[in-house]
Write a protein that binds this ligand. Structure first.
Ligand code: C2E
Ligand code: MG
Ligand code: MG
Length: 630
């Protein structure tokens, strides 16, 4: 007996090969991956039903007419379902469509209606001994409903094209075109049963372009890649799934050959894989294990906590024979301390370098998430303030004991919030320093200060110079001196009217650049002060090494002077030494007249403190010196 099922058999073999490749790999659990697997299943069923219906028609003398009709109709329904799955796949990455209930209802109602119509309408069969196929109203209905979905998927690639990656757009269009061409041919020449084969070919394109599981893997280790982690976490967050995770922080630089590093990574991957959680490689040599396989979050937490203990013991031992690594673990029992992938990665990058030598693990709870969100908020606030000119400069007058006048002031940055309230430096300066935004803030403050010096004629009002703070990263920027020179020239400020404040900092890496900057600016006529003296970071050696003219005693040190007898002795001696070096001194943080008197007796040159004035907004500052210096 002859069956015209060659095409279908070819298609089925195609599908089976695909199924083999797909199930061979561990799946990430992405939505599009799931839909693709369902597609494969439905398409294979469709081809099997196609073959079954042909066999039934051929054998209608032995099987009952009901079975023949049922086989044909089931085939037609599965054909429509295949088209439906193609449609579902096409918007699998477009979350708001996926979550749109009305849209879903419409799609499923059309599919249900199609199924019912196909099931109810009559069907005829054709068998001339060679070719065998079904036709009639039920088949026509299929040719109406299936293309709705196929064309729909096609249309979606145009409407939502910008939200799909180009490979996906291209693959879906190719796939749907194949389906349409195959269906058209089969519609005109029903004896050419091309649809099943066309669909399989389409799926193959999809597999090659998008759903090849290899594309989710890291090339070196074979675990899931960083990009996959991004897609996966983005989905977890959008679906509000709860998961636990362990981040394995290997220091990035092992100082080994690439081959050796790779073999350690592979050994580590094999070990980490044994825990059964999803393993991703992060940038560098770090990994993350994600536990989300259990339905109940408590189970994830228990499993991950137990595994972590085992892991910590193993990581104390050598890899690749004799290589000991100083691996640290960030444990996040509840992934929802972050709300997005970026936030999660921020938490990771912020905490991965905060381990002390003795620590090998840290548990991160909601507090960590909260502080990252605040941090990100401040970063946004700074960027926004810079772009909408809301960085303001306040001036704190500095009093000269010898002339009994206000001879200078310190320029201090403030951010004017959108609500009009001031954000203080304590809040944004550390964040600005960490993100590098401090360079822009520093420049903005310097520019505004220069403007104030010339426009408000500070010199005529008795202000000889204004102190402006420099951050460590500014000092390390080789372009600083040229930039500041330009600004002073542009605004017509004499360099002797600015005093730049530097601090001693352990984070200073490029001392030579700092000195070069200082020399260039001093040659122009600027002077330098050493800020924060006495905060622990500064010492007398530094004063001798740095060409500063003024030393500013930090408020903390000044307070010590008033309260601690031993400190008093040390500070008195220090002041004398500094004076002998020919430098001048400023005491910060003087708040009362008693403090002022005591400090005056100590022989300090200048006073900066709330006793005279808090930092003032520019106009208030001008009023203040007009009044006090006249
Ligand atoms: P700083 O440079 O040591 O500035 C002195 C700080 O001490 C100012 O705080 C000032 O308001 C405060 N202060 C002065 N006298 C008193 C007093 O009698 N009592 C008390 N309680 N405080 C007093 P502010 O303005 O909050 O600035 C804090 C720090 O932020 C500054 O310390 C400086 O390190 C940094 N900063 C401010 N503006 C800038 C800037 O434009 N660039 C850079 N790089 N850092 C800046
Ligand atoms: Mg300062
Ligand atoms: Mg200071």
């Amino acid at each position: 007996m002859l069956y015209n099922i060659d095409m279908q058999v070819c298609g089925l073999i195609f599908d089976l090969v695909l199924i083999f490749f797909v199930i061979r790999h561990e799946s990430v659990g992405l939505y599009s991956e799931k839909i693709f697997k369902q597609c494969l299943f439905v398409y294979s069923c469709c081809i099997i039903l196609d073959i079954a219906s042909i066999i039934a028609i051929k054998n209608d003398h032995v099987v009952s007419p009901f079975v023949v009709t049922a086989a044909c109709k089931l085939y037609l329904i599965s054909l429509m379902l295949s088209a439906l799955y193609g449609f579902l796949y096409s918007y699998s990455d477009i979350k708001h469509l996926r979550d749109n209930l009305t849209f879903k209802k419409i799609v499923y109602t059309v599919a249900l209606l199609g199924g019912i119509v196909i099931a109810i309408l009559p069907i005829s069969t054709f068998d001339n001994g060679g070719e065998v196929y079904s036709y009639g109203p039920s088949a026509v209905a299929t040719y109406f409903f299936a293309p709705l979905f196929i064309v729909g998927a096609f249309v979606l690639t145009f409407i939502y094209g910008s939200q799909m990656n180009i490979h996906k757009r291209r693959a879906i269009r190719a796939w749907m075109s194949l389906e349409i061409i195959a269906a058209l041919i089969q519609f005109m020449l029903p004896e050419l049963l091309l649809v099943g084969f066309g669909s399989s070919l389409g799926l193959f394109i999809l597999y090659a372009e998008l759903e090849n599981p290899e594309r989710y893997l890291d090339k070196v280790t074979g675990c899931f890649s960083y990009d996959t982690f991004n897609m996966y976490l983005t989905q977890e967050f959008s679906e509000l799934k709860r998961f636990s995770s362990i981040i394995i922080c290997n220091s990035a630089d092992w100082k080994r050959s690439e081959e050796e590093e790779n073999s350690i990574l592979v050994e580590m991957t094999e070990y980490l894989h044994s825990f059964g959680a999803k393993l991703f490689r992060l940038q560098g040599n770090d990994f993350v294990l994600v536990y989300d396989n259990q339905g109940e979050h408590e189970m994830n937490e228990i499993e991950s906590a137990v595994n972590l203990d085992v892991m910590r013991l193993r990581f104390k031992q050598a890899w690749n024979g004799d290589i000991l690594l100083n691996t640290k673990f960030l444990y996040i029992p509840d992934g929802h301390i972050a709300t997005t992938f970026d936030e999660y990665m921020d938490i990771y990058s912020r905490y991965k370098d905060t381990f002390t030598n003795a620590e090998d693990m840290k548990t991160l709870d909601d507090q960590a998430g909260q502080s990252i969100r605040e941090y990100r908020q401040i970063v946004l606030e700074i960027k926004d303030a810079l772009s909408s000119d809301r960085v303001e400069v306040f001036y704190q007058p500095i009093y000269s004991i010898s002339t009994e006048k206000f001879v200078s002031a310190e320029a201090l940055a403030r951010i004017r919030g959108k609500d009009g309230k001031l954000v203080m430096p304590g809040k944004f300066i550390p964040v600005a320093e960490e993100t590098g935004l401090i360079e822009q803030i520093g420049e903005r403050v310097f520019e505004k200060t220069c403007k104030c010096i010339t426009e408000d004629k500070l010199k005529e009002k008795g202000i000889d110079y204004v102190e402006v703070n420099l951050s460590v990263s500014q000092c390390e920027n080789p372009h600083l001196s040229a930039k500041y020179d330009d600004i002073m020239k542009k605004l017509g400020v004499s360099p002797s009217e600015v005093n730049l404040e530097i601090t001693e900092s352990s984070t200073l890496n490029q001392r030579s650049i700092l000195l070069e900057n200082m020399n260039k600016l001093m040659n122009l006529g600027c002077n330098f002060s050493l800020d924060d003296f006495g905060t622990g970071e500064s010492n007398l050696n530094y004063i001798m090494d740095m060409p500063v003219k003024i030393v500013k005693f930090d408020r903390g040190m000044v307070q010590e002077y008033f309260t601690n007898e031993k400190a008093r002795v040390v500070i008195t001696a220090t002041v004398n030494m500094i004076k002998e070096l020919g430098l001048q001194t400023v005491a910060e943080g003087i708040e009362t007249s008693e403090q002022f008197e005591e400090i005056r007796e100590l022989g300090i040159d200048y006073i900066q403190g709330f006793y005279f004035s808090k930092p003032l907004e520019k106009n208030e500052f001008i009023r203040f010196i007009n009044e006090k210096n006249s």
